[in-house]
Write a protein that binds this ligand. Sequence first.
Ligand SMILES: [Zn+2]
Length: 117
Amino acid sequence: MEARFATQKEARQEELEARFYGQLLGLMSGILSGIGSFLNSDLFKRTPEGLALRCLGQQEAMQVTAEVHKGVCGAHQEGVKMRWLIRRHGHYWPSIMDDCIQYAKGCQACQRHGVIH
Ligand SMILES: [Zn+2]
């Protein structure tokens, strides 16, 4: 009777431990997936190649667009090439493609020098 009681107690203990670790694992994976979606949506965009691109705010995005276009990476790049360069530098924002094309189209120097975008 004594032995059986001990076994039951152990079984109960194991059950409690299993429940505790189960909850702990659930909590951990919840935190990890939270971090994952944080990385994916808020500050970083994960590319199919596994790179984490930093998401820029509107002001910073405009600045990077201007810098890339005006010659940090070569003189007066056209829109699609600009987007490629910005991504290569690890930057991202949702309207990156449109902004690059619009910026290139609106560039006075390019219109003057007859660069076709
Ligand atoms: Zn230009």
